[in-house]
Design a protein around this ligand. Structure first.
Ligand code: CS2
Ligand code: MG
Length: 405
């Protein structure tokens, strides 16, 4: 294989912003990686364009590990979402090239399929419990075996995770230069949340796995109380019950409840989840291909987690591009300690920009058999959708205090 001849960065907005890295070798093999960091896209694009891409020219694309280590250790400044997303995107693109050169889909390079399909969970949402029940029924008809449920806390329009219109995907980023501000109350949420699971289990029974995202909003003791109060509904997981910067905070939750816990979508490295994993404070690790250093680093995290019987539950919102989805599905098909994969879906417009070989059937997904990641990037079409500033909201408590969104 010849050396890397070109490394380019594209920002496109087919409905929402996506950042894509494209690496081309001297003999014309191309690889793509997802570098989207919601609301901070241009920071990663600059990190790539100004700092990493120039260093790639002339390097051997087969040396994925050495390139990863030299960008990680060579920056001197370690970890963090911008750095790890940039490294992750390059890593994905290099694995894509390796697969294309070998003529093998990525999952074969990792060690082959460990299962027939990848169980995915979808999102059911509603402005009321009745609306949620309708949405749940629709997803059940589509064959999903695992469903995340979120409903608006009465009076709290800014409740996390609710689609604007029934049937739409939830999109948190709001176009503009200033973040939207949303009102929040932990007390009202804590009173309401158990009613969501009660209604769903009463109506639909225990056939599907039930998931719920707390989105970092509770204190450890509040999270412990929630976990304990919903044990009978047997959730697959309670996600991000409290912020995970302080990993030790999960000890308190763990002491009080057997509701399984998932966290990790905002973590970027194995170090960010070290205590969570080695003390078995969680059941599922949710780090993302894109934000946690790509396939090379995700594999390291998953192997470490496997030693403690912690399974994967990769973050897969529609604010990660279909390239990330492709990479994640190959990884999921292989990883021995797989749990579940999030799948929010994409609009037609988004999928046209990223032609892909992955598919969904009856609750399971498959990455397809195309060599590499099996996702392409239509540069011409992407150029029709220029970047548009869009930011994630800010949550405030009823007295005006800034809270965790
Ligand atoms: C979420 C995300 O998918 C999830 O579980 O927590 O939707 C998250 O809010 C977004 O990815 C933020 O960009
Ligand atoms: Mg989440």
């Amino acid at each position: 294989m010849t050396q890397i001849a070109k490394a380019e960065v594209f920002v496109t907005c087919p409905g929402r912003n996506f950042v894509t890295v494209k690496i081309t070798t001297g003999d014309g093999v191309t690889g793509v990686g997802d570098a989207t960091l919601n609301g901070r896209e241009l920071a990663v694009a600059s990190y790539l364009k100004d700092h990493l891409c120039p260093q790639l020219i002339g390097r051997d694309p087969a040396q994925i590990e050495d390139i990863w280590q030299s960008f990680y250790k060579g920056a001197y400044w370690r970890r963090g979402p911008v750095t790890m997303t940039a490294i992750g995107a390059i890593d994905m693109a290099l694995w894509d090239i390796k697969g294309k050169v070998a003529g093998l889909p990525l999952y074969q390079l990792l060690g082959g399929a460990s299962r027939q399909g990848v169980m995915v969970y979808c999102h059911a949402t509603g402005h009321s419990i009745d609306e949620l029940i309708d949405d749940y029924a629709k997803h059940q008809e589509q064959g999903f075996k695992a469903i995340r449920v979120q409903a608006q806390v009465p009076g709290m329009e800014g409740s996390y995770g609710i689609a604007h219109q029934p049937g739409e995907a939830y999109e948190p980023a709001i176009k503009g230069q200033r973040p939207d501000e949303q009102l929040w109350s932990n007390e009202k949420y804590l009173d309401f949340a158990p009613k969501i699971f009660d209604a769903i289990r009463n109506k639909f029974g225990f056939n599907e796995h039930l998931l719920h995202d707390v989105h970092h909003r509770l204190s450890p003791i509040e999270a412990a109380r929630l976990g304990q109060s919903i044990e009978d509904y047997r959730l697959f997981w309670m996600e991000d019950p409290t912020p995970a910067e302080n990993q030790e905070a999960f000890r308190l939750i763990r002491q009080h409840t057997v509701t399984p816990i998932a966290t990790g979508e905002v973590l970027n490295s194995i170090w960010d989840c070290k205590t969570l994993i080695e003390e078995q404070l969680i059941d599922y690790i949710r780090t993302t291909m894109t934000h946690a250093g790509g396939i090379t680093h995700m594999r390291r995290i998953a192997d470490f987690a496997a030693m403690y019987q912690i399974r994967t539950g990769s973050h897969g919102p529609s604010d990660l591009s279909p390239i990330c989805m492709g990479a994640a599905l190959h990884f999921d098909l292989w990883v021995p300690n797989f749990g579940v994969q999030e799948y929010m879906g994409y609009s037609e417009q988004m999928l046209e920009v990223f032609p892909h070989s992955w598919s969904y059937h009856n609750g399971y997904m498959h990455p397809g058999e195309q060599p590499g990641l099996g996702v392409e990037f239509d540069e011409k079409l992407a150029a029709k959708y220029p970047y548009q500033s869009a930011l994630l909201p800010i949550a405030r408590l009823e007295d005006g205090t800034v809270w965790n969104w």
